[in-house]
Design a protein around this ligand. Sequence first.
Ligand code: NDP
Ligand code: 2IT
Length: 449
Amino acid sequence: MAKMDEKLEVVYQDVLKRNPGEVEFHQAVREVLESIGPVLVKYPEFRERKIIERIAEPERQIIFRVPWQDDRGEVQINRGFRVQYNSALGPYKGGLRFHPSVYLGIVKFLGFEQIFKNALTGLPIGGGKGGSDFDPKGKSDNEVMRFCQSFMTELWRHIGDVTDVPAGDIGVGGREIGYMFGQFKRLTARYEAGVLTGKGLDYGGSLVRTEATGYGATFFVQEMLKARGNDTFGGKVCTVSGSGNVAIYTIEKIHQLGGKVVACSDSNGVIVDEKGIDLDLVKQLKERERRRIKDYVEYRTHAKYLHGGNIWEVPCQVAMPSATQNEINGKDAAMLVKNGCIAVGEGANMPTTPEGIKVFLDAKISYGPGKAANAGGVATSALEMQQNATRDSWTFEYTEKRLAHIMKNIHEACFNTAEEFGAKGNYVVGANIAGFMRVASAMVSHGLV
Ligand code: NDP
Ligand code: 2IT
């Protein structure tokens, strides 16, 4: 692990003691603390005002019971979370994750990352995250609806368009947001469109929100390629892990920009299609039919399915991890570098382990960390909030242009900040410092709250 400023090490030890067992949260905090030492030297008031200690502690944490009945009439109990992490820059904003692995440590790591990511967008949104250990896999539509209704029956009192605005994440897409919005409307008797983002286009959703995370991550990599020597996606062989929302629209944008994605995956295995992934087929299987990625080879018999395979062993020039946290370890990263990978753009949150990040930075490939590269999703959520507040709806072209512009600005901020702090080309340092600076300055302005 990299060395940390001595006083920050003390703060980190305190975080470990106060949040036992929450390993993903510790990892996310450590990465930020390792970057921001030089900022505290330059701006001692951040240390005097105990900004780091305050940022590490969520403003509010809500944990609740979610009882629901399955199709056989059996009662099921899940646990719900909402961590309202930091409101220095705006209402808490961040997604909800429904996955059996969700516990407080996952929600806190995601919420903590979200603070800096949202700051990087330059839009008025604070950081928060939530979710449940509910597993949507194999559940009927009615079961998902009853779960979402029960989840919202507690959550509604904590959220609102100027307090806290949830959206999707793993296991939460348009269907789940729709059921939760319906229940919120019923419980509050208010049509408060801006309380959730990622809504359907027929009831206040924004064009481009569905595509935004994947498109944005691809725009970010496009900027990194440009910065490293006027390079482009044209003709590049790429791999994209996952086959959910972020992966699908990453593949779509890479193909539009002239790259070729040869592999994608799910938690069971990897598809390798040397002719280029057939995205219409992936959309059919994953978005419409809710099937597994292995079924791809039923329709494209030349492609290979590697059950339990490792997508990072497939040679590529650009890798875009878009599934989950810690999916690239040190060995995977070394393999990618050895096989000629020159750029990694993280669609997922914290997909690379600290060992993996070190490999990428040492090899001097262009490495775009999630809190910068995948910020297009939440940025477009903020654009959805803008449209809701003005009861307007923008065209696809206009909204995509706004997204592209935001991603370009984020890249520039990360690039320039890294250079300013003596770490040219290190987007981890750039993203952490640029995001931190915005939040910390606002917190100083607000006094001790
Ligand atoms: P989806 O639920 O749409 O898709 C998730 C994909 O990742 C699926 O292919 C899933 O496979 C795979 N996956 C999930 N968990 C695991 C696991 N433990 N091991 C292996 N594979 C796994 O989610 P999204 O596409 O929305 O999210 C993907 C990532 O992007 C997450 O890290 C999320 O936090 C991040 N993100 C999402 C944003 C958004 O707007 N949706 C915005 C910014 C970041 P399987 O079906 O087998 O579980
Ligand atoms: O991790 C993320 O940025 C998201 N899941 C999207 C959050 C949002 O509020 O759109």
